[in-house]
Write a protein that binds this ligand. Structure first.
Ligand code: SAM
Length: 292
């Protein structure tokens, strides 16, 4: 029986005595075209492995198990584990781990399950925690090929945004530092049970093996980005001055000019590469200051 059949999903959940948990962002897919398309377009090859976050009752997991050699799922809701035992019983290439993706030791998980494999993350992410999950995956340093996720449409648009647009922000610059981000397709709220209040979109992030933007110090890059967007309406100079207390305003002004920008520019106009240039000038200034 199909896991996208509403009647079947309700009977399955009733049989296990469970209900949808809002606190875990549970909106399950009920249109088979969507999980199939995400699984097909996630960027993995048949011989690759998949890490699925939040399998729910296993709707997309079944497609992933059919298409890829190895699938490991991490699900926070203990009550769903026996359901997954039932819905995934026909597959011998899947492992379900009960856990919180924000807390799980990703390096240990990789060492245990993904030795020698190329890994793609595939997920219909819970809305309440989308950005923290993406940043954890990107910053963890674990070797991923792609992260293909369904997220709130607004967040998807932010991740793909170009400098100078209203959607462009700190998360955009951070994501685009690690990956080539592409929106694949939109998914309306009616494709889920229960229907969420917002529409969704699927984005694929192809992680760079060799990052096009190289910086002296990553921490300085991210601090610069955060400070630039911390006070979005201000000029870059005033925003950095408010957010980077270790530099004086004249020092920041000199750094902005040295990096090739006008003093009146706003941070939202800078691409990741330009933030990289500015961050290197600031890093040099900082190291000079500490050695003086
Ligand atoms: N993959 C299923 C689907 O597409 O129908 C369910 C998607 S539902 C939007 C999000 C899933 O993530 C739920 O199963 C929820 O319990 C799980 N989840 C929520 N927070 C989590 C976390 N921190 N770690 C792991 N799973 C989580």
């Amino acid at each position: 029986m199909s896991l996208t059949d509403i009647g079947y999903v309700k009977r399955l959940m009733a049989a296990h005595g469970i209900t949808f948990q809002k606190k875990f962002g549970q909106n399950f897919l009920i249109n088979p075209m969507v999980p199939q398309r995400i699984a097909e377009e996630c960027g993995a090859r048949p011989c690759d492995a998949i890490l699925e976050i939040g399998p729910g009752i296993g709707t997309m997991t079944q497609y992933l198990c059919e298409m890829y050699e190895r699938v490991v799922c991490v699900e926070i809701d203990r009550a769903l584990i026996p359901v997954l035992g039932e819905t995934l019983a026909d597959y011998d290439n899947v492992t379900v781990i009960e856990g919180d993706i924000m807390k799980i030791d990703l390096a240990a998980l990789f060492a245990e399950h993904f030795q020698g494999k190329n890994v793609t993350v595939c997920a219909n992410l819970p809305y309440y925690i989308t950005t923290p999950i993406l940043m954890r995956l990107l910053e963890s340093g674990i070797p991923l090929d792609n992260i293909t996720v369904m997220i709130q449409r607004e967040v998807a648009d932010r991740l793909c945004a170009a400098p100078g647009t209203a959607e462009y922000g700190a998360v955009t610059a951070a994501a685009q530092y690690y990956a080539e981000v592409e929106k694949l397709f939109n998914v309306s709220a009616g494709n889920f049970l229960p229907a969420p209040k917002v529409d969704s979109a699927v984005v694929r992030m192809r992680l760079y093996r060799d990052r096009p933007v190289k910086v002296e110090n990553e921490e300085m890059l991210f601090r610069t980005i955060r400070a630039a967007f911390g006070q979005r309406r201000k000029t870059l100079l005033n925003a950095l001055s408010a957010g980077m207390g270790e530099f004086t305003k004249p020092e920041l002004s000199e750094a902005i000019t040295k990096a090739g920008f006008s003093e009146t520019i706003r941070g939202e106009r800078l691409s990741v590469a330009e933030f990289g240039t500015l961050s290197d000038v600031l890093w040099k200034k900082k190291t000079q200051k500490t050695t003086d």
